[in-house]
Design a protein around this ligand. Structure first.
Ligand code: ADP
Length: 602
C-alpha cells in the first residue's frame, strides 16, 4: 500500500508545545489577562497572611485603636480585589478552554472529511466520534488546569512561601524539608494515570461504536432475536469501562491522602517548634506571636494550591492522553491527495479505461489482479460475476476512493491521479446500494451536492426519477423531513430519491450498484424506469443484478477473482458457453422454479 505509517512523537513536552502553539496561541491576549487576574488573586492571598501579623501584634497584643479602621479597610479591599480577580480569571479561562475545544472540534471534523475512505475502514465510527466529544472535553480540563496551575497556584505558592521565609526562615526550611518527599510517589501516579485513561478512552470509543451498530441495526438485531446477545456484549463493555474508570478514580484519589499526611506532619512540626519559640521569647520579642500567626496562616493557605500543583501532573496526563488521540487524527496522512499542479478533468466522449490495474486493500490479497477493460463513452457496460470478484472495487477506483496499486484508470485518456479530485468527482455520479439520505428535507436531499439548484431543476430531476408523484403525496411535499436514515420512506422511494440526486448532478459518468434486495413489482418497474432515464446519454458502469440490465447492456465484462474473464454482449457471451453462460443458465433455472424475476447472482 502506498500509505506510510508515520510514527509521531506524542511525548508530554511535544504535546504541551503543540497545545500552546495550536490551541492557546490565538487567545494569548485573554490568557495574559487571566494570568494577571491570577497574580492579583495570589497577591491578595499572600496579603491575608501578611495581615495576620499587624492584626495580632497591633490590635490583640498592643491594643492600638488607631490601627483598627485602617486594617479593616485593608482587609475589605484585599477580599474585594481577590473576588474580582477570581471572577475575571474563571471567566477568561472558561472562554479560552471552550474556544480551544471548539477549534479542535472544527479542525478534527474538517480533517476527517478530507481523509480518504480507507481511513474510515481502518477506524471505527464510534472511536472517531469519541475524539470529537470525550477527548476534546478531557483536553479542555487539561488546558484550564494547566493554566490555573501554572498561573494561580504556582504564584500563590510563591508569594506565600516568600512570606513564610520572610517571617521565619528556620521554620520554613524545616517545613519544606518534608515536601520534596511527596514529589516522587506523585510523579509515579501521573504515569499510571496516563496509561489507565488511555485505555478508558479506547473502551469508550469501542462502546460508542458498538452502541451505534446495535441502534442503527436494530431491525436486524430484532429479526434475528439477538437482543440478549447484544445486551451481554454491551454489558461486558460497560463493565470493563467501569473497571478502568474506577481504577483511574483510585489512582487520582491516591495523590490527595499522600499530601494530606505530609501536610499534617508539616503543621505539627510548625506548631511544636514555633509554639515553643513564642513561649520562650514572650518577654524579649513580643512581636513574635504576630509573625508566627502570619506564618501559620501562610502555610495553611499554601496547602490548597500546593495540593493542586501536586495533582496537576495526574490531571494533565489525562488531558494529554486525550490530546494525543486528537492529534493522531489531525496528523493522519490522507493517502488520496491531489497533485499541486493537478489539471481539471475534461470529459468529451466519456470513455473510461482501466489499464493493467492491480489493487489490494490490505497489501496481501489482490482484489483486482491485472484488469484491463474499456467502457466506451455514452454506453452502458455491465459488470457481472460472482461475489468477491472485484466489481465494487472497480467502482471504488473511479472516483478515487482508493488509488490503484499499479496500472492506470483513464477518463478520456486522462489519468485519474493527475486531475483534480474536485473535477474528477464532479464528473461522476454514484448510485449505490446503500442509499444515504440525510435528516433534512426531501428537497435538500435531492440537491445534495448541488446547493445552487433551482426549484424547477429539483422538480425536473424528481419527475425523471419517477419520484415527483410520491413526494407530492407526502405531508409537506418537497419540504418533508426525511427522518434519520430515511426510515419514513419505502426502499423503492429511497432508491428513486438517490436516482433524482444523481439526475440533478448531471454528471457524464454514472456508477451504478444495483440494489439486490427485491422490490415489489410496481416499485421495481418505477425504479427501472428512473434508472433508464438516468442512464440515457451517460457512460454507465453498472454492477448488474437485474437480468434486464444485463441483457440490455451494450457490453458485459464478466469478472472472476479479480480478473476480467469474458467480454462481449449477451448473445456473444451465450455463444461462448463460458462462465457467463453458466451463470445465466443457473439464473434461468432459478427463475423458472420461482416463477418470478429474481436478481442476477451477485
Ligand atoms: P464484488 O463487488 O465483486 O462482490 P469486491 O470488489 O467488493 O467484490 O471485493 C473484491 C475483493 O476485495 C474481495 O475478496 C473482498 O473480500 C475484498 N475487499 C473488498 N472490500 C474490502 C475492504 N474494505 N478491505 C479489505 N478487503 C476488501
Amino acid at each position: 500500500m502506498s500509505k506510510k505509517k508515520i510514527s509521531l512523537d506524542y511525548s508530554t513536552s511535544v504535546l504541551m508545545r503543540r497545545l500552546m502553539k495550536e490551541g492557546i496561541r490565538p487567545y494569548i491576549g485573554m490568557v495574559l489577562l487571566a494570568v494577571t487576574c491570577m497574580a492579583v488573586s495570589a497577591g491578595s492571598t499572600a496579603m491575608y497572611a501578611w495581615l495576620m501579623d499587624p492584626i495580632i501584634n497591633k490590635i490583640f497584643v498592643a491594643r492600638k485603636a488607631e490601627y483598627l479602621w485602617p486594617l479593616a479597610v485593608t482587609i475589605i479591599t484585599t477580599f474585594a480585589a481577590k473576588g474580582v480577580a477570581d471572577y475575571g480569571e474563571a471567566v477568561l479561562l472558561s472562554r479560552v478552554g471552550l474556544r480551544v475545544i471548539s477549534d479542535m472540534q472544527n479542525r478534527l471534523f474538517a480533517r476527517l472529511m478530507d481523509l480518504d475512505v480507507a481511513y474510515f475502514h481502518a477506524n471505527q465510527s464510534g472511536k472517531l466520534m469519541s475524539r470529537l466529544t470525550n477527548d476534546v472535553n478531557a483536553m479542555r480540563f487539561a488546558v484550564s488546569n494547566a493554566l490555573t496551575g501554572a498561573g494561580k497556584d504556582a504564584s500563590s505558592v510563591l508569594f506565600l512561601v516568600g512570606l513564610m521565609f520572610y517571617q521565619d526562615w528556620v521554620l520554613s526550611a524545616l517545613t519544606f524539608f518534608v515536601f520534596p518527599l511527596a514529589v516522587l510517589p506523585i510523579r509515579k501516579l501521573g504515569r499510571r494515570m496516563r496509561k489507565v485513561t488511555a485505555n478508558t478512552q479506547e473502551q469508550t470509543g469501542l462502546l460508542a461504536t458498538y452502541l451505534n451498530q446495535a441502534i442503527q441495526g436494530i431491525r436486524v438485531v430484532k429479526a434475528y432475536g439477538m437482543e440478549d446477545y447484544e445486551k451481554s456484549k454491551v454489558r461486558s463493555l460497560v463493565e470493563s469501562l467501569y473497571d478502568l474508570t474506577y481504577k483511574a478514580a483510585r489512582v487520582r484519589s491516591a495523590s490527595s491522602p499522600i499530601m494530606e499526611m505530609l501536610g499534617g506532619v508539616a503543621i505539627t512540626v510548625v506548631i511544636v517548634y514555633g509554639g515553643s519559640q513564642v513561649i520562650s521569647s514572650a518577654d524579649t520579642d513580643p512581636d513574635r506571636a504576630g509573625a508566627f500567626f502570619s506564618f501559620i496562616t501562610a502555610l495553611m493557605l499554601a496547602y490548597k494550591p500546593m495540593k493542586a500543583l501536586a495533582s496537576l501532573n495526574t490531571n494533565l496526563q489525562e488531558g494529554l492522553a486525550a490530546a494525543a488521540r486528537c492529534f493522531e487524527v489531525i496528523d493522519a496522512h490522507a493517502g488520496i491527495a491531489e497533485r499541486p499542479d493537478a489539471a481539471e478533468l475534461v470529459v468529451r466522449e466519456g470513455n473510461v479505461r482501466l489499464e493493467g490495474v492491480f489493487f489490494t486493500y490490505d497489501g496481501i490479497k489482490a482484489a483486482l489482479d491485472g484488469v484491463t477493460l474499456d467502457v466506451p463513452g455514452g454506453k452502458t457496460v455491465a459488470l457481472v460475476g460472482p461475489s468477491g470478484a472485484g466489481k465494487t472495487t472497480i467502482l471504488n477506483l473511479l472516483p478515487r476512493f482508493y488509488d490503484v496499486t499499479d496500472g492506470r484508470v483513464l477518463v478520456d485518456g486522462q489519468d485519474a491521479r493527475e486531475v483534480s479530485l474536485t473535477s474528477l468527482r464532479a464528473k461522476i455520479a454514484l448510485v449505490s446500494q446503500e442509499i444515504t439520505l440525510f435528516d433534512d428535507t426531501i428537497r435538500a436531499n435531492i440537491a445534495y451536492g448541488r446547493f445552487g439548484a433551482t426549484e424547477a431543476e429539483i422538480e425536473d430531476a424528481a419527475r425523471m426519477a419517477a419520484a415527483h408523484d410520491f413526494i407530492m403525496g407526502l405531508p409537506n411535499g418537497y419540504d418533508t423531513i426525511v427522518g434519520e436514515r430515511g426510515l419514513n420512506l419505502s426502499g423503492g422511494q429511497r432508491q428513486r430519491l438517490a436516482i433524482a440526486r444523481a439526475m440533478l448532478k448531471n454528471a457524464p459518468i454514472l456508477l451504478l450498484d444495483e440494489a439486490t434486495s427485491a422490490l415489489d413489482t410496481e416499485s421495481e418497474r418505477q425504479v427501472q424506469f428512473a434508472l433508464e432515464q438516468l442512464m440515457k446519454g451517460r457512460t454507465t458502469i453498472v454492477i448488474a443484478h437485474r437480468l434486464s440490465t444485463v441483457v440490455g447492456a451494450d457490453l458485459i465484462h464478466v469478472m472472476d477473482r479479480g480478473r476480467v474473464v469474458e467480454t462481449g454482449d449477451h448473445n456473444a457471451l451465450m455463444e461462448q458457453g463460458g462462465l457467463y453462460a453458466r451463470l445465466y443458465a443457473m439464473q434461468f433455472a432459478e427463475e423458472t422454479q420461482r416463477a418470478e424475476p429474481q436478481g442476477w447472482p451477485a
